[in-house]
Design a protein around this ligand. Structure first.
Ligand code: SF4
Ligand code: SF4
Length: 352
C-alpha cells in the first residue's frame, strides 16, 4: 500500500497547490523513511484534487490520502466533528444533525410530484444541504425553473445522504451501505435519470453508483438553448464564476454554468485561478462540518474582488455556504449567488 509514494521526486508542486497549506511533500518524506503515511493534518485535506492533477509523477495523492484516512477510521480514530457527521448521517440521513421533518420543509407549498406515486422522466435529488435556509431558497428557485422549462420530474418523499463526504473521510463501510440503500430506492421508483444540485451527489452517483446523472446547470442550459426558458430581465452585473472541485476537476463540467451566465448577459470575468486550476472553497472531504483554522474561501473572496466582480457565482451548495460566510467575515461588498439564482432573476425578476 502507498507504493506510488516512492516515485515522488520531492518537487513540491503539491505543497504549492494545496488550498489548506498541507505539506504533502514532508508527509511523503516521512513515509519513505518510516513506512507511515499519516499525520493528523491529513484530516484537513479537502480532497480538492489539485495536487493529484498537478503532480508531475502522476501520484494519486488525493486518493492515497483518502486511503490513509480509511485505515485510521478502521482503527476507530476519527476526530470528534467527523464522528458527529457520520452519526448524523446514520441517524437522520444528512451530515448536519437536522431531522427528516425539517429537511422536508423546502417542499412546503410547492406542487410536487412524488416519485413513489407517479411516472416521471427525471428524479430530482435535491441533496442534504437543503436543510440550510439559504440552500432551501436555491432549491425552491430550481423547482420554478425546472417547471418553466417543462421538465417532467419527481422528487423522493424522503432522501438519504448520497455518501460523498462519507467516502472522502474514508468510511467505506457506511458509504457502501448508503449506496446500497439508495440504489434500492432508485430501483423501486424506476429512476433512470437523475438531476442534482450538488456536485458531490453528481460525483458519487455518476462514478460510484454508475447512474445517468445531470447537474442542474446542464438541464437548464439545454432548456435555454431550446428556447424553453426565456428571459425578462437583463442582469447588469459583473460576475465571476467559481468552479466547484467536484463539478470541475472531478467531472470536467466547466462550460455549462458559464454558458448560462453568458446567456443572461452578465459581464462575465474570470479569476486567475479558474477551471482545472480553480481554488477550492475548503468544504470538501468532510470539512463542511469542521471548524478549520485555514479558510481558502477567504482568499477566494480577495481573488473575486481583484477582478472587480459584483457577484461570485457558484454551482454547489457547499461553495455557496463557504464563500458567503467568508464574504461576511471579511465584510466586503460582494454577492455570492448560485447560477440558478441569477438565472431565476433573469427569468422572473427579484423574488426577495
Ligand atoms: S507533486 Fe508529486 S512528485 Fe512533487 S513533491 Fe508532490 S507528490 Fe512528490
Ligand atoms: S487534495 Fe487539495 S486539499 Fe488535499 S492535499 Fe491535495 S491540494 Fe491539498
Amino acid at each position: 500500500m502507498f507504493s506510488e509514494l516512492f516515485t515522488c521526486i520531492q518537487c513540491g508542486t503539491c505543497v504549492a497547490s494545496c488550498c489548506v497549506r498541507l505539506n504533502i511533500r514532508r508527509s511523503i518524506a516521512k513515509f519513505v523513511s518510516s513506512g507511515i503515511f499519516w499525520d493528523e493534518n491529513l484530516w484537513n485535506c479537502t480532497t480538492c484534487h489539485l495536487c493529484q492533477d498537478r503532480c508531475p509523477r502522476g501520484i494519486p495523492i488525493t486518493d492515497l490520502i483518502v486511503q490513509a484516512r480509511s485505515k485510521v477510521v478502521e482503527n476507530g480514530r476519527v476526530p470528534r466533528d467527523i464522528r458527529a457527521m457520520l452519526e448524523s448521517i446514520q441517524k437522520y440521513g444528512n451530515p448536519f444533525n437536522v431531522s427528516r421533518a425539517k429537511r422536508r420543509e423546502w417542499m412546503n407549498g410547492l406542487k410536487l410530484k412524488f416519485a413513489e406515486e407517479s411516472d416521471f422522466e427525471y428524479l430530482w435529488f435535491v441533496g442534504c444541504s437543503v436543510v440550510d435556509d439559504r440552500i432551501k431558497s436555491v432549491v425552491r428557485k430550481t423547482y420554478e425553473l425546472l417547471k418553466i422549462a417543462g421538465i417532467d420530474f419527481a422528487v423522493l418523499k424522503d432522501e438519504n445522504c448520497c455518501g460523498c463526504d462519507v467516502k472522502a473521510v474514508g468510511e467505506e463501510g457506511l458509504f457502501e451501505y448508503l449506496m446500497e440503500k439508495n440504489m434500492e430506492v432508485f430501483g423501486s421508483v424506476k429512476a433512470d435519470k437523475i438531476i442534482v444540485n450538488s456536485p458531490h451527489c453528481y460525483h458519487v452517483f455518476k462514478n460510484y453508483y454508475g447512474l445517468e446523472v445531470y447537474h442542474v446547470t446542464q438541464i437548464l442550459l439545454e432548456a435555454i438553448e431550446n428556447e424553453r426558458i426565456r428571459f425578462k430581465n437583463l442582469i447588469e452585473k459583473t460576475v465571476t464564476y467559481h468552479d466547484p472541485c467536484y463539478l470541475g476537476r472531478y467531472n470536467k463540467i466547466y462550460e455549462e454554468p458559464r454558458k448560462i451566465l453568458e446567456a443572461i448577459q452578465v459581464n462575465l470575468v474570470e479569476m486567475q485561478r479558474n477551471r482545472e486550476r480553480s481554488l477550492c472553497c475548503g468544504a470538501g472531504g468532510g470539512n463542511i462540518v469542521r471548524d478549520v483554522e485555514f479558510r481558502p474561501a477567504l482568499r477566494r473572496i480577495d481573488e473575486a474582488k481583484s477582478v472587480n466582480a459584483d457577484v461570485i457565482a457558484v454551482a454547489c451548495p457547499y461553495c455557496l455556504r463557504m464563500l458567503e460566510d467568508s464574504a461576511k467575515i471579511k465584510n466586503v461588498e460582494i454577492e455570492v449567488l448560485d447560477v440558478v439564482e441569477l438565472l431565476y432573476e433573469a427569468v422572473f425578476g427579484h423574488s426577495d
